[in-house]
Design a protein around this ligand. Structure first.
Ligand SMILES: Nc1nc2c(ncn2[C@@H]2O[C@H](COP(=O)(O)OP(=O)(O)OP(=O)(O)O)[C@@H](O)[C@H]2O)c(=O)[nH]1
Ligand SMILES: [Zn+2]
Length: 374
């Protein structure tokens, strides 16, 4: 089996996602050689010599300084929740740290794990940044050689969809699944408003995403309080981001998980004792009483997949791999050509038509010939 050069493998149950498909005897070699595929991290390292710029983190050096998580940031203030006490302090970045890190828009980002020196009256100074496990980022819109880290250390992405109204929208789910794969986040699909499901609808969704593709799918009704406990278990103690179309019930769901948890944080100022309302487009992490965080990341709602190559889209449409490279014409667009292996698989019922539609749409978006917004 071809060696796949990727940072790490995600575990789904006791099988990694890849193993699961290997088990179904999909041979990646038949498809394309993914040796050339580089992770995002590698790309950033090409833009800047990260190793030179990022100071080495040695936990022992900072043991005297408490650890905390950056919940949000505003105008140089960093609101940090201390692990030990749960207290939220207002901290600034110590000057010396700024000199070390020159490849990101800001020195620290929401979700970062930092050491702080405690100062008076709930204030502090960030003295060290621990290495990030994951980052959701994009190039800085102006200084494009810099990485704008929207949120760091998210482990799980909760992809919320609904049935009934808004109707289940497979393309958006598929888009977020590619997104999750690309950013190395574990996806959790939630189908909310199960009280509105048509007969057989939930079963069909599960048959595709859970049984065939191996993703985790939970059905809920935030309104009727159904299926909430498994969601609680899934988010407990982890750093989660939540995404989904407006109106699918994200806020309702969070309220069902933890009453009072409010995604629409309009007032960073207000929350932290300032005055006036300030609608922020910034990421905010909401601590969960049972442990863990839910990150509200307005920035990724409008996040496209601009940075992806068509090969990467192929890669994350896992069940398509055996068919890629099998078309009669090497440059097959899988639209109208005779002898198209993908079309044939859709007609034979082995590839889901909805997945094929999503694949086509995402491919068109990531076409290198297409103009980039930056
Ligand atoms: N029938 C039904 N309605 C629900 C359910 N969950 C939420 N709703 C309703 O759906 C509407 C939208 O819910 P929200 O929680 O505001 O949705 P949201 O995803 O947070 O929407 P945005 O804030 O726009 O992103 C509200 O009227 C809710 O009462 C559910 O399980 N079943
Ligand atoms: Zn084809």
């Amino acid at each position: 089996m071809a060696k796949i050069k990727r940072g790490k493998q995600k575990k789904y149950g006791n099988l990694s996602h890849r193993d699961k498909f290997d088990e179904d005897r999909i041979d990646v070699r038949q498809v394309t050689d993914h040796e050339h595929m580089r992770g995002r991290a590698d790309r950033w390292r090409e833009r800047v010599n990260e190793d030179e710029l990022t100071p080495i983190y040695n936990p022992a050096d900072w043991a005297a300084y408490p650890l905390g998580t950056v919940l949000s940031m505003l105008s140089g203030h960093h609101y940090i929740r201390l692990d030990d006490t749960g207290e939220v302090i207002d901290a600034r970045v110590r000057g010396i740290l700024k000199h070390g890190i020159q490849n990101t828009t800001t020195v620290v980002s929401p979700g970062d794990r930092v050491h702080v020196e405690l100062l008076e009256e709930g204030t502090g100074s960030i003295v060290a940044l621990t290495p990030r496990k994951t980052t959701l980022s994009r190039p800085d819109p102006i200084r494009t050689h810099l990485e704008d880290v929207i949120v760091a250390n998210v482990e799980q992405i909760i992809i919320v969809s609904s049935v009934g109204g808004p109707a289940f929208w497979p393309e958006l789910v598929d888009r977020y699944l590619v997104f999750a794969g690309y950013y190395e986040l574990e996806p959790l699909i939630i189908i909310n408003k199960m009280d509105q499901a048509a007969p057989g609808e939930l079963e069909n969704i599960r048959a595709l995403y859970e049984e065939k593709l191996g993703y985790r799918v939970l059905s809920t009704s935030a309104e009727k309080g159904l299926g909430i406990e498994p969601v609680r278990e899934a988010v407990r103690g982890r750093s989660n981001a939540i995404v989904g179309l407006s109106g699918v019930g994200k806020s309702s769901l969070l309220n069902a998980i933890q009453p009072g948890l409010n995604l629409r944080v309009q007032a960073v100022n207000e929350t932290y004792g300032g005055e006036g309302k300030h609608t922020t487009r910034m990421t905010t992490l909401h601590p969960l009483a049972m442990g863990g965080f839910i990150a509200d990341t307005p920035g990724i709602r409008s996040f496209g997949l601009w940075d992806l190559t068509p090969e990467e889209v192929d890669y994350y449409f896992v069940e398509f791999r055996p068919y890629l490279g099998q078309c009669k014409f090497a440059n097959c667009t899988h639209h109208h050509e005779p002898g198209c292996a993908l079309q044939a698989a859709v007609e034979a019922g082995t590839l889901a038509p909805s997945r094929f539609d999503s694949y086509q749409i995402l491919h068109a978006e990531t076409d290198p010939a297409r103009e980039r917004p930056y």
